[in-house]
Write a protein that binds this ligand. Sequence first.
Ligand SMILES: Cc1c2[nH]c(c1CCC(=O)O)Cc1[nH]c(c(CCC(=O)O)c1C)Cc1[nH]c(c(CCC(=O)O)c1C)Cc1[nH]c(c(CCC(=O)O)c1C)C2
Length: 370
Amino acid sequence: MSPPEKKARTEKYKALYDKDFPPLKNKLIFQVIKGEKIHKVPVWIMRQAGRYLPEYRKGRANNEFFKVCQTPELACEVTLQPIDRYGDLLDASIIFSDIMVVPQAMGLVCEMVPGKGPTFPEPIRKPEDLKRLTDKVNVDDSLGYVFDAITLTRQKLDGRVPLFGFSGGPWTLMAYMIEGSGSKTYSKAKAWLYNHPKDSKVLLQKITDVIIPYLVGQLIQLFESNSGELSPQCFTEFVMPYIIQIVDKVKEKTEALGYNIPVSIFARGSHYAIEELSKTKFDIIQVDWTMDPKKTRETAKAKVLQGNADPSLLYGSKETIYQNVEKMIEGFGVKKYIANLGHGMYPDHDPEHLKYYLEAIRDVSSKKLK
Ligand SMILES: Cc1c2[nH]c(c1CCC(=O)O)Cc1[nH]c(c(CCC(=O)O)c1C)Cc1[nH]c(c(CCC(=O)O)c1C)Cc1[nH]c(c(CCC(=O)O)c1C)C2
């Protein structure tokens, strides 16, 4: 985006920033975190705005993926699609964007290649390549479009549900920046942890320093989606120190402004880390479907847990979905719990089956909460 375009964008949204945000009508997630009485378990879904929705595919036919992310009107429109479709069955929205906007802000080119996903034509290969990264990233300049999209969306939501902001975690972003795309083994990125531990920490810190000023929203989720690739030892050394910095600093910053913003962590695949994570300031721990709800609840007694049905459950019948939801809620319990899937929606999911899942959560949990 050229500087005059950027200025126009900022001017355009100034009035929206100055206007008070509409008060929240649905506060279920905040009530769960505060331990207040609720009438049903709240639910939202990772990738709830996406290719499984015909209205999303229709809009995307004319617009490149990152163009949607970078155009606040389009990002807002797509964010609202599942909220408009499912009405009060959903209890949160999540801003339409991608974790790759942070590496882009750091000066790396990342393109969405059809059939392949996000791809870096010139990934970081050796420690000298770190010099190619922008030295001091001005987050307001380079990611201002996300802030504008968040502001516009909060106005347009009119308080129906709260809005999640999100970021990839430092390790997950480092892994993509070195691999250049998704990978089966993440062996190039993991080789860095063993061969260049110091440079790895320089890179993780650079990413952390961009994430902290970037994270805004009424709720926040940090996606360490690639954490399950690591040994417990590497997790402790290369993930924990950075995600703790992020949650501590984000809390400090927002509390100083008078806000208490709940922060959620999704360390996908890191079973061994649940206990360690339950001792941090994260308010919510999102778990994947390979974790048993009851055992996870026993391990992280005091924390709000979020998850965790296998996304493939949505290929099942209405009855199958209902029975699995009953078991899931039985395991987690109806308190300190936010329902979600164990990972994002798949492009070939039937939107009607997501509705069955959302209805089952409402029906099963409201009976138990009576
Ligand atoms: C809809 C969508 C997104 N990203 C991608 C798509 C499909 C692309 C398309 O429309 O063509 C490509 C897209 N973006 C990414 C991938 C995975 C790449 C790979 O590992 O191979 C793809 C196909 C990278 C990505 N992107 C994201 C993660 C973390 C969560 C997770 O573990 O899935 C990751 C790893 C986060 C993400 N990505 C997105 C959201 C939007 C908000 C919502 O949830 O509704 C979010 C939160 C949006």
